[in-house]
Design a protein around this ligand. Structure first.
Ligand code: AMP
Ligand code: MG
Length: 487
């Protein structure tokens, strides 16, 4: 670890300063051979970082935690979590470090965080490392989510380390440099609450309010307002996932942020043929985190958040539970609102149209999509042709022609706006077969497919010649897609 005099990255240590009990000072492992595999220059600009410096030798060392800016204190964060329903009291950053917080060009604080930077005291026997494929996967999917307007942690860079990682086979290793509004998780509150140290829990809640919901501090009941704020941002986040066909795959409470950003891209994937039961993760045997179950699971996680906050909500448990139960109305209302607004735009309908009409139209067409196993993304994108008067392409997707004709007639009578639809329905999403193709090529040292994929998905609404295969569903021989947690 060394400090270069010309480093201008001004990292703060707010988290560790406020909450020393929730972090362990640690340093990243040193790696033999650093190479930049992916780099988001626009994000570097947004952060006020010098892109040319980041690409150079000192910048690469900064991106993997080898060069720590003067005054910064890297820490592994402690958190607990319910994993697939079972409570694990001590998870924490087993292979990750918070380098510190950076004030971005707009003055907002952003966490600079590393994933795959070596084992920490929370590693629980894991090697603390990450392979190139999964780190590029997080890079690609988070870039797509951002371009689709979904709140997400961002990926600044993926740097290969020159150190092989043992998984089923020996794979090249990498570090992901992640940027987030914060890394406060529901599991952070569960951990603080379980210590029984009320002062710690209060400091954590105050830190979260200060960082994300300063308005809550001005209310009569700041901690209830904190809960309601998190319920609202999570409701709208999960509604957005549903609108784009995203399946997170591992919605454990340690993977749910207080900021409302999507975090920890592991076995996630985009649904192709519409089906509510879609599951990709090989370990999700019961479909706990299936596509259609995501809103219910988000609410379940928020109930765990409420439990963790109970000592701050009221002096007695019954009163606290009653307050939290009432606050759940916020979740339902915000979810319905975001989903109906999103569907209204996807269907090209006017802002005046009531939510009940939108919901019934959407539910009916989703039932038709399910029955004919129609590709979710290309259906909505292609539907703008039907709004312009040419419904043949859309009709061709369905077995039940009478059903879709009746639905199209009902919908067209409402005067859908085709241009609004093209702005609201992406043509390019990170389709699983294309992601796999890009990651395996990059793992073998061939960057071109990754660059093409990123070009498609970072501008997802603009149809461009030469990108036809990025708009098409997987070929039949790709088979059922499975993702794995051992990343
Ligand atoms: P995740 O599934 O990425 O959300 O990780 C769940 C927990 O396992 C977190 O506490 C991680 O830090 C930890 N973890 C995952 N992979 C590793 C690894 N290779 N070495 C150490 N800890 C890990
Ligand atoms: Mg996690």
């Amino acid at each position: 670890m060394s400090v270069a005099p010309d480093v201008t990255v001004a990292l703060q240590g707010r988290f560790f300063g406020d909450l020393p009990e929730l972090g362990v000072r640690w340093q990243a492992e040193t790696f033999p051979d650093l190479r930049l595999l992916a780099f988001d220059e626009a994000l570097a600009d947004e952060l006020g970082l010098d892109a040319a410096w980041l690409r150079g030798p000192d910048g690469l060392r900064f991106l993997v935690g080898a060069l720590v800016p003067d005054g910064a204190t890297p820490v592994a964060q402690a958190y607990a979590g319910h994993q697939f329903g079972g409570y694990v009291p001590r998870l924490g950053d087993g292979r990750a470090l918070l380098l510190g917080e950076l004030a971005d060009a707009d003055g907002r604080l952003r966490d600079i965080h590393l994933k795959g930077s070596g084992p920490t005291p929370f590693a629980r026997g894991g090697d603390g490392l990450a392979a190139v494929g999964p780190m590029l996967r997080e890079y690609v999917i988070s870039a797509a989510m951002h371009a689709l307007g979904v709140p997400t942690t961002r990926s600044l860079a993926v740097v290969s380390t020159g150190r092989p990682v043992q998984r089923e086979t020996l794979l090249p290793g990498a570090v992901l440099t992640r940027v987030a509004a914060s890394h406060l998780r529901v599991g952070s509150f569960q951990y603080a609450s379980a210590t029984g140290d009320l002062d710690l829990l209060r400091r954590l809640a105050d830190h979260a309010i200060d960082r994300h919901y300063p308005g809550a501090a001005m209310t009569d009941h700041p901690y209830l307002a904190l809960f309601e704020s998190v319920a609202a941002v999570q409701a709208s986040l999960v509604a957005r996932w549903m609108l784009i066909g995203f399946v997170h795959g591992v919605m454990n409470t340690d993977n749910m942020t207080v900021s409302g950003e999507t975090i920890d891209y592991g076995p996630c994937a985009f649904m192709e043929a519409y089906h509510p039961d879609t599951v990709f993760s090989s370990i999700d045997e019961w479909g706990r985190y299936a596509y259609d179950n995501q809103p219910v699971m988000a609410a379940w996680n928020l109930a765990r958040f409420a439990e963790a906050l109970l000592p701050l909500l009221a002096d007695n448990v019954d009163e606290g539970v009653a307050l939290a139960e009432n606050a759940f109305a916020v979740f339902r209302a915000q979810y319905d609102h975001t989903w109906a607004s999103g569907m209204r735009a996807k269907l090209g309908l006017s802002g005046d149209l009531d939510a009940a009409t939108v919901t019934s139209l959407a539910d009916d067409v989703l039932a038709l999509l399910k029955a004919s196993r129609v590709d979710y993304t290309s259906f909505f994108r292609g539907l703008s042709h039907a709004a312009r008067g040419d419904a043949e392409g859309t009709r061709g997707l369905f077995a039940d022609l009478a059903g879709i004709d009746e639905w199209i007639a009902r919908w067209r009578a409402l005067g859908p706006d085709a241009a609004l639809m093209d702005r609201s329905n992406p043509i390019y999403i990170p389709r699983n077969h294309l992601v796999e193709e890009a990651l395996s090529a990059a793992t073998d040292g061939e960057q071109r497919p990754l660059e093409r994929l990123l070009a498609a998905i970072t501008d997802p609404y603009a149809e461009r010649p030469g990108f036809e295969r990025y708009a098409a569903p997987a070929p039949d021989d790709f088979g059922d897609y499975r993702t794995f947690c051992g990343t």
